[in-house]
Design a protein around this ligand. Sequence first.
Ligand code: FE2
Ligand code: FE2
Length: 396
Amino acid sequence: MKTKILILDKDINEFQNLISDELFPGEKIQFIFSNDSLEAISFMGGNDIDIVISGLHVPKVNGIDFLAFVQNHFPKTFRIALTSSNDKEKCIQLIKVVHRFLKKPLIKEELLKTIKDFSSLRNFNLDAQLISTINGLCTVPTLPDIYVKLDREMNRPSISLNHVAEIISEDPLLVARIFHIAHSSFFNIPSGITDLLQSINFLGVNIIKALVLYVKIFTLKNVSSETEIILKKIRIHSINVAKLTKAIIEKESKDREEIERAYITGLLHDVGKIVLLQLNEKQRSTCYINKIQNFDSPDFERNIFGVSHIEVGTYILGLWKFPTEIIEAIAYHHDTSLIKDNVISLKQSVFIANLFSNKFDDIAIRLAKTYGIEKLNEWNQLMEGDERLDLNPSEN
Ligand SMILES: [Fe+2]
Ligand SMILES: [Fe+2]
């Protein structure tokens, strides 16, 4: 499928010089250039544009209004704002309108990466219609500021753990939550470790970063008591799935990165539910709240919202530029066809951990057939107390 990209900016020559066929070998991309926003609006009507990249200072209709127009009339289109260092205030207005920012002057590699990210979203079964539905339902959540700061710090050539600790310390509630999770029996932190810097050192910055995101995203302000009860259930479920996913992978691999990735994926696998819970349409939301109390059903969500938490989560983590392996595992965490050939990779481990945590006893039979009852018992032992799966449901 050809990707159509519309670029609108007053200095359009800059882009025409930058973009050549050699820039995208093997990619099917069609670029349309315009330096006139009214002309760009007319292009939008006649073509199925996949991505718009717009500068903010364009004649006739300014860039912010143009991007808002695209959001309202062509919600499936991926929207990127081109900004310069003088545009800080405008960026705040744009947060709810665009999916991504690119800095001027545009760098070839960044443009290429953004287009590839967009293409990979399509590969996770997210067609234009689904993206349109998600964008139409809600304002796609942005990454919390504190997470963005941590990410920036961790992308420096040398990471300062002191600085990481300083950034997290800006939010005392966050520190308390992280301590609470980190000092649960699961991580086996030595009792002598009492300060944040030592905890970061012990757990590793990737786990800490994921915990920050989890605490920020899974804590909502000003919600009804009903929603808070559901949120708490999702939080507990997510922590349990994170623990079990990590424990399953730890039995298969000694690679620290792989083990960390397992924990992070488990922690965030149901992030799409948080978005569905926040939808304004009271009736739909209440209906969802009533049902979500007891089970995890993507089909039920698709009936109410047109999408499920799987597509929403996959889409959000794609926009947040998470590693493909994590996004893929989230995209397939309810897909029973993963259980075959005795394979246990990240995808299967999240799937299995999610089943155990949801207590879908009937699937235990299928898991036992594929992986053997010993393995099943082994995973069951990894869960704590009443979280364990009933491996003999028929005897009760
Ligand atoms: Fe799920
Ligand atoms: Fe789940």
